[in-house]
Design a binder for this molecule. Structure first.
Ligand code: FMN
Length: 195
């Protein structure tokens, strides 16, 4: 049962978005659990699906896990500005988010996250061959080594801009929110935009 969306109040939408993101991180069946992360590279944009692992609405952050040797981690450390796209076909809701990521490996953030990785998933970070390296046969990519922790990485994203698009038979609705802070202000400032 999905919690309904109400598009009457612009100001209520940011909280609703964060509620949905938090729900998605804890629900393997939620389509927002597998967003697309787009990063910049010297030769142009790149993008891939990644699992949303944790969400902190108060900090405006979320995290994802990756093999620390994966190209996305190098891209994110060189160019932290990135874009995420979430889509839920059940509600026809798209969320786009812009902000900056930080890459964590062998630090407090990655150690805390690693402590919560189930053994069955830990094997994904024990691969002998780094992601993206050419191999002769698929099984070479399944070979393991080490305990995984030294190859485990966390991407921590801090949102600065969010844009929601709802496709409705009665009329599409699009709203953009920018995080405003300073001089006693800390809130999402929203505006309706043409779909
Ligand atoms: C449903 C799905 C979930 C995925 N989840 C992750 C993930 O949580 N972490 C990850 O690093 N890659 C994940 N991937 C693989 C990435 O999409 C990508 O192929 C891989 O990480 C290499 O990306 P890169 O070369 O841009 O670093 C997932 C792929 C799919 C299809």
């Amino acid at each position: 049962m999905h919690q309904p969306w109400n598009f009457e109040s612009l100001d209520a939408l940011p909280a609703r978005i964060w509620t949905e993101l938090s729900a998605a991180a804890g629900d393997v069946a939620h389509p927002w659990r597998t967003p697309v992360l787009s990063t910049a590279t010297p030769s142009g944009p790149d993008a891939r699906v990644i699992v949303l692992r944790s969400v902190d609405p108060a900090a405006r952050t979320w995290t994802c896990f990756s093999d620390a040797r994966a190209p996305k981690m190098k891209q994110a450390s060189e160019q932290p500005e990135c874009v995420w796209v979430f889509y839920d076909p059940r509600t026809q809701l798209q969320l786009r988010a812009r902000g900056r990521v930080t890459v964590h490996r062998d630090d407090e953030v990655s150690a805390a996250a690693w402590a919560g990785v189930p053994a069955v998933n830990a094997v994904n970070y024990r691969r002998r061959v780094a992601p993206g390296i050419r191999i002769g046969t698929p099984s070479e990519g399944w070979e393991t080594c080490g305990d995984g922790e030294s190859q485990f990485g966390v991407l921590r994203f801090e949102a600065r801009e969010m844009e929601l698009l709802a496709l409705n038979p009665t009329g599409h609705v699009r709203a953009r929110f920018l995080w405003q802070s300073g001089e006693g202000v800390a809130c999402w400032r929203g505006t309706w935009v043409a779909p």
